[in-house]
Design a protein around this ligand. Structure first.
Ligand SMILES: [Zn+2]
Length: 251
C-alpha cells in the first residue's frame, strides 16, 4: 500500500532476501525489504538490487550449516545463571528447567511431543531439530521448528522456545545468534567480526523479536550505501557504529 502511495515521487527498490544469500544457511527468515529514494534528489550510481544479487553470488559456495541446533551455544555458566534467576533459590539449587514451566506450558509441551512423534516418526527428545513455542497451543496451531529445523519465527515478548533434545528453553543469546548477532566471543571470532558484549540475558530478550536477520539487513544496507553518491560529513568506523547501535537498543 505504501509503495502504491509513493511510487510517483520515489524510486522504489525491492529486495527479496533469505539468510543463505549471505552465507548463513537457510534459517527460514525470508523477508522482503523496500528502499525508497525521492526521485529527483539522488542520482544513484548503480542499481542496489543488482548489487545485492552480486553479493549473493559471492556467497553461493560459502553457506554455513542451517540448523537451529547450531545456535545452541550457551555454556554451563550462562545456563546456571539463567536458571538461578528463574528459580530464585537462595542456595543448594537442584532445580531443572522443566520444573520452571507452568502447568499450561507442560501440557502444551507434551501435546507437541505427541504430534511430533506421530508426524515425523521419531521422539522429539532424540531429535535436535525439535523446537516448540510453549505459549502457543499446538491443538490450534503448531508454532515449532517442523522438520526443517529452523527456530519458529521469533516474536517480541514470546514465551519459552523449548528444545526437546536439550530439555531447556533456548537462551536469548542463542536466539540472537540465530539472527546473526555475535554475542559469544567464539562465534564472533569464527567469522571475524566484532564481539557484541552483553551482561545479562534479560535485556537481550527485548531485542529479539522482529525476525530480521542482521546479515540480511547489513547486506541490503551495504548495497544501498555503495550505490549512493557520497557527501562530505563525519564518518564512524563500521565496527564501532555497529556496537554503538546495539548498545543503544540494549539499554
Ligand atoms: Zn533453584
Amino acid at each position: 500500500m505504501i509503495t502504491d502511495t509513493i511510487q510517483e515521487t520515489h524510486r522504489i527498490y525491492k529486495f527479496e532476501v533469505e539468510t543463505d544469500d549471505v552465507g548463513y544457511g537457510k534459517q527460514c527468515r525470508r523477508a522482503r525489504k523496500y528502499h525508497a529514494m525521492i526521485d529527483d534528489r539522488v542520482a544513484m550510481l548503480a542499481d542496489p538490487v543488482a548489487l545485492y544479487e552480486k553479493i549473493k553470488t559471492n556467497f553461493e559456495t560459502a553457506s554455513a550449516g542451517s540448523e537451529a541446533g547450531m545456535s545452541m551455544i550457551a555454556g554451563q555458566v550462562e545456563l546456571d545463571i539463567a536458571l538461578k534467576r528463574k528459580c530464585q533459590c537462595e542456595s543448594d539449587c537442584v532445580c531443572t528447567w522443566a520444573g520452571q514451566l507452568t502447568e499450561g506450558q507442560r501440557t502444551r509441551l507434551q501435546a507437541y511431543k505427541n504430534i511430533w512423534k506421530k508426524k515425523f516418526g521419531m521422539k522429539a527428545e532424540a531429535d535436535k531439530r525439535a523446537f516448540f513455542h510453549l505459549n502457543d497451543n499446538p491443538k490450534y496451531r503448531c508454532v515449532w521448528s517442523g522438520q526443517k529445523g529452523c527456530f519458529p519465527t521469533i516474536r517480541r515478548g514470546m514465551g519459552p522456545v523449548w528444545s526437546a533434545y536439550h530439555k531447556r528453553p533456548v537462551m536469548a543469546s542463542e536466539l540472537l545468534t540465530s539472527m546473526g548477532w555475535h554475542v559469544s566471543p567464539g562465534s564472533a571470532a569464527a567469522v571475524g567480526v566484532p564481539f557484541v558484549p552483553f551482561n545479562t540475558d534479560m535485556h537481550l530478550h527485548r531485542l529479539v523479536g522482529n525476525a530480521m536477520h542482521l546479515a540480511n539487513v547489513t547486506a541490503v544496507m551495504a548495497a544501498i550505501l555503495a550505490c549512493t553518491p557520497k557527501t562530505p560529513g563525519p564518518t564512524l568506523d563500521t565496527a564501532d557504529a555497529l556496537v554503538a547501535a546495539f548498545n543503544a537498543f540494549a539499554h
